[in-house]
Design a protein around this ligand. Structure first.
Ligand code: ZN
Ligand code: ZN
Ligand code: ZN
Length: 396
């Protein structure tokens, strides 16, 4: 499960696992009466082929026909990168480069039709495209594959991607542990007198130093800014006697980390808090996050986990201060199914990975949030983050 990328060794999903996913996808396409799956750059391409290309104006597309070998259609200048992917090296996927003067959409059409024709199989004229394929590509495909009907790939792949296999859980765990170390270091480092932006930059650097290939976000909300859940760090200077919400994450081999901890900086002076109101608020939040976590097990509707957190926070009089859903799925995307929100009655299944992240926000004053990533296990929750959820009162 390791693959050399340049000088670094990163864990990754192996060729055997990817081949299995591709053959599952082919069977699902066939069962659904689709001619092919057309997968553009993004999480679905990473999931099926382990290939993480940059989205750009030149078409990159994995074609998974219901019959025959998948093709990875790539611009010539990216063929080298495509050929060293595990699936290309194993021969599971054929790399089909196109030159600057070629029409890549015609090449995709040939890849869709070739093997079906060779097998004497009728084409249904129905195709699935990845949900986030750019309109600029889809419109060209519609011209090239005139008369075809296009459906969303998520209808085929959602049930596969929503349940994480053991390799995926290991990557999520590695990402969570790396983010844990960053939180520990930053929370116990110097904070007072620094700007939110400065601390945010340090977090991004540390996420990369701890093995993330991308530092996706580093929210630092100090003082009144802690009451804004998706606060963008500013040049506000952190002072003794206030909370800071740290919500950070990135990816390791495509899989995301996402952890929130709230710290209170008092400069070592107990007179600088935390004050009684904040301790009360935090105690309620701590209980809500713990009980919502404990509610996780197979068969429990996703919305029940949200309700558990909301009932505890509501009973303490903070109902209108908890202004977002309790959590979101995580994997190759920062936010994906399942969403832990009222109205989602989908039963949790073993292997689903998601956040449990209630928050309480008093606008104009302060707020707090506690977030862990967990995996629904057969017998209950497996929490991937290990940093204490007790309020971190630090000298700063
Ligand atoms: Zn968020
Ligand atoms: Zn977060
Ligand atoms: Zn989150």
């Amino acid at each position: 499960m390791t693959q050399a990328t340049g000088a670094e060794i990163r864990p990754s999903i192996g060729a055997g696992r990817l081949a299995h996913r591709l053959s599952r996808a082919r069977h699902l396409a066939s069962d659904a009466g689709l001619d092919a799956l057309l997968v553009g750059v993004g999480a679905d391409l990473l999931y099926l082929a382990g290939y993480g290309a940059l989205p750009m104006e030149r078409l990159t597309m994995l074609v998974v026909p219901a019959v025959g070998r998948p093709s990875l259609v790539v611009p010539r200048l990216e063929a080298m990168a495509a050929r060293v992917t595990a699936v290309a090296e194993a021969g599971t996927v054929a790399v089909v480069p196109w030159d600057e003067t070629d029409d890549p959409f015609a090449i995709v059409r040939v890849a869709v039709e070739r093997d079906a024709r060779a097998a004497g199989r009728d084409l249904s004229g129905v195709l699935a495209v990845s949900d986030r394929l750019w309109a600029t590509f889809l419109l060209r495909l519609q011209v090239e594959l005139r008369g075809a009907r296009f459906e969303l790939l998520s209808a085929v792949l959602r049930a596969e991607r929503v349940v994480k296999d053991p390799d995926e859980v290991e990557l999520l765990r590695a990402a969570a542990r790396a983010a844990d170390r960053v939180i520990e270091t930053v929370a116990h480092g110097r904070l007072i007198g620094r700007t939110e932006l400065d601390v945010s930059r340090e977090i991004r650097d540390r996420l990369l130093a701890e093995g993330h290939e991308v530092a996706s976000f580093a929210i630092v909300g100090s003082g009144p800014n802690s009451a804004s859940p998706h606060h963008h760090p500013t040049d506000r200077v952190i002072r003794a006697g206030e909370p800071i919400v740290l919500d950070i994450g990135g990816t390791i081999s495509g899989y995301g980390s996402d952890i929130t901890r709230t710290v209170w900086v008092n400069g070592g002076d107990p007179a600088k808090g935390p004050d009684h109101d904040f301790l009360t608020l935090y105690g309620v939040l701590r209980a809500a996050q713990a009980e919502a976590t404990h509610a996780v097990r197979p068969g429990v509707p996703a919305e029940r986990v949200d309700a558990v957190a909301r009932e505890i926070i509501g009973a303490a009089g903070f109902a209108d201060r908890f202004i977002h859903r309790t959590g979101h799925g995580i994997g190759l995307e920062e936010h994906e199914d399942p969403y832990i929100v009222a109205g989602n009655d989908e039963p949790l299944r073993a292997g689903m990975a998601f956040s449990v992240e209630p928050g309480i926000y008093i606008e104009g004053r302060y707020g707090a949030r506690i977030e862990d990533i967990l995996v629904c296990g057969e017998a209950g929750p497996m929490v991937l983050n290990a940093v204490t959820r007790d309020l971190l009162v630090v000298h700063g």
